[in-house]
Design a protein around this ligand. Sequence first.
Ligand SMILES: Cc1cc2nc3c(=O)[nH]c(=O)nc-3n(C[C@H](O)[C@H](O)[C@H](O)COP(=O)(O)OP(=O)(O)OC[C@H]3O[C@@H](n4cnc5c(N)ncnc54)[C@H](O)[C@@H]3O)c2cc1C
Length: 351
Amino acid sequence: MKTIHSKYVIVGAGLSGLTTAYSLIENGEEDFIILEARDRIGGRILTKDGIDLGATWFQDHHVNLSKLLDTLSIHKFEQYSKGKSVLVYNTMAPAHYFESQHNGPSAYRIADGSIAVINKLANKLEGKIHLKSIVTSINECDDKISLTTNGKTYFAEKSIITLPPKLASEMDFSPELPKSLLQTMKFTHTWMSNAIKVGILFNKPFWKEKDFSGTVIGQVGSVIELYDHCDHKENTFALMGFINEGLRETKAKIRQEKVLDYLTKYLGEEVKSYTAYFEKDWSKDPQTSCENLKSVYMSPQYGNEIYNEWHCNGKLLFSGTETSPMYGGYLDGAVYSGLNAAKKLLNKELV
Ligand SMILES: Cc1cc2nc3c(=O)[nH]c(=O)nc-3n(C[C@H](O)[C@H](O)[C@H](O)COP(=O)(O)OP(=O)(O)OC[C@H]3O[C@@H](n4cnc5c(N)ncnc54)[C@H](O)[C@@H]3O)c2cc1C
């Protein structure tokens, strides 16, 4: 088995891991490797043909993310919400309409899709990200920590694990992790891991022409939330939202028909003239979810102080959004935890 040595190993190339890596570089430390299980970077950030099938929105109070976007010169824009929004609280009753109050933006989106922040962070990380590297076991050995993937063993002085804690709890650790930590990890729900996202592209924003905002809200139909998802330059026209989890086990073709029929009922026949249709069920993605998700334990332990501690004699730290005491679960929490991990590795305030 091939062995590779570096000072630090970061596991996971999601927003948290890449923020740590970017910060290390900015602070003059280049001796590290990032191991990523998937064949792509971004983790729960995934943008396909301009559609954010993972994270999308943030708000003014998400200061860690906002500051990072400013540093990377990435622009934000307001979520479109002008016009009539649809409220469905009973599929047999006629639709109800409401208009958003415009006394400030409800949420922002990232220009060019959320993946823009991932791509910018990765710009300076050429050669450091090892894709398709699934870490299965972590062992403390003398003054090093070793991480085993499919085919290679990596040795480092310290390692940062940014997987959702519940997933990380399924790795093999030697010595075993403290029981209290393992228990906390197993009960830390992976934020949004049960979501099924849908994105639909069109040739024109027909809903805007009809004075609809594109927002359709209601827990009783095939789609529980839908929003306008045109890009900031108004070059691509799309709707994006969340499919009712009750359709998870329905055959893909039938689910798509149900989604389109439902939206046609509330937004019009133009829905059927879509040019592309995408879905992403995060519960079926083994790099975000795990089997025991089926019984969702919705008692987030985000930012539990147990995640503050180093393990394996100061060689192993758990990071990632679920470990963040600030906006754990959100993009902002991922940035906070990423910066915090870099600070702890370097043992100093960051520049
Ligand atoms: C559908 C959806 C919608 C969301 N919407 C929003 C939103 O609008 N606003 C918001 O603020 N947040 C939102 N979020 C949450 C947001 O995406 C996360 O907070 C953030 O992306 C988490 O980043 P992270 O780096 O902590 O974790 P992740 O992105 O999960 O990164 C962990 C990385 O570890 C990798 N990995 C897993 N197992 C292994 C292994 N064994 N070996 C090596 N690598 C491994 C994964 O592939 C992944 O790249 C949403 C999430 C989802 C899924």
